[in-house]
Design a protein around this ligand. Structure first.
Ligand code: ITT
Length: 192
């Protein structure tokens, strides 16, 4: 079994990534390695933040690790909230307030197309590699479902009539941005 360090404080992400990687890997968190402070993410792009988070943890621990940064990109909002998805409505990770603000900003909008994009940065022996995953879909005009996290109650992936929050974890992982990015990461790790 291979141990991998995942630079996240988000328990939902940890569960999703663990399920996609399967039993061949055990995931450790920053806390498991004594890193308890919030890992900075101050870059203007998802790529930049994924690299910043992974690099931060690598420099503190010297261990191979990876980080994921994800954004919801809404067409009618010019790609917002994008890299600001966690702090769209407030300074904190207030999922309910973010969802309310998104609904407000899209009130009456005919174009409700959106996509989730995840960028994973893996650092191995100091070398960086990026993996991307995208899922296209649309934003509902009300919340539906209580699974998942974040914007899941508002996002319906193309080809479905249910939100991510109305899907099981397996169903979401099969089509999601993160599932896709993690399968690319796993493909790379298996191929070595
Ligand atoms: P870490 O940085 O500790 O990994 P985070 O919650 O800050 O966790 P991100 O910056 O990558 O994660 O994500 C930004 C926000 O995007 C997150 O707070 C959620 O609101 C939203 N988000 C990310 N992935 C999502 C998903 O799979 N479904 C719904 N919303 C998601």
């Amino acid at each position: 079994m291979k141990k991998l360090l995942f630079a996240t404080n988000n328990a939902h992400k940890l569960a999703e990534v663990g399920a996609v990687l399967g039993p061949a890997y055990t995931l450790a968190t920053p806390r498991d390695c004594g890193v308890t402070e919030e890992i900075p993410e101050t870059q203007p792009t998802l790529e930049g933040n994924a690299r910043q988070k992974a690099r931060y943890l690598y420099e503190r621990t010297g261990l191979d690790c990876f980080a994921d940064d994800t954004g919801l990109e809404v067409a009618a909002l010019g790609g917002a909230p994008g890299v600001h998805s966690a702090r769209y409505a407030t300074d904190g990770h207030d999922f309910a307030a973010n969802n309310r603000l998104l609904l407000e900003n899209l009130r009456g909008a005919a174009d409700r197309r959106a996509r989730f994009r995840t960028v994973i940065c893996l650092i191995e022996g100091g070398e960086e590699r990026l993996f991307e995953g995208i899922v296209e879909g649309r934003i509902l005009d009300r919340e539906a479902g209580c699974e998942g996290f974040g914007y899941d109650p508002l996002f319906v992936p193309d080809g479905f009539d249910r939100t991510f929050a109305e899907m099981t974890a397996e169903e979401k992982n099969a089509v999601s941005h993160r599932g896709r990015a993690v399968r690319r990461l796993a493909g790379y790790l298996h191929g070595k």
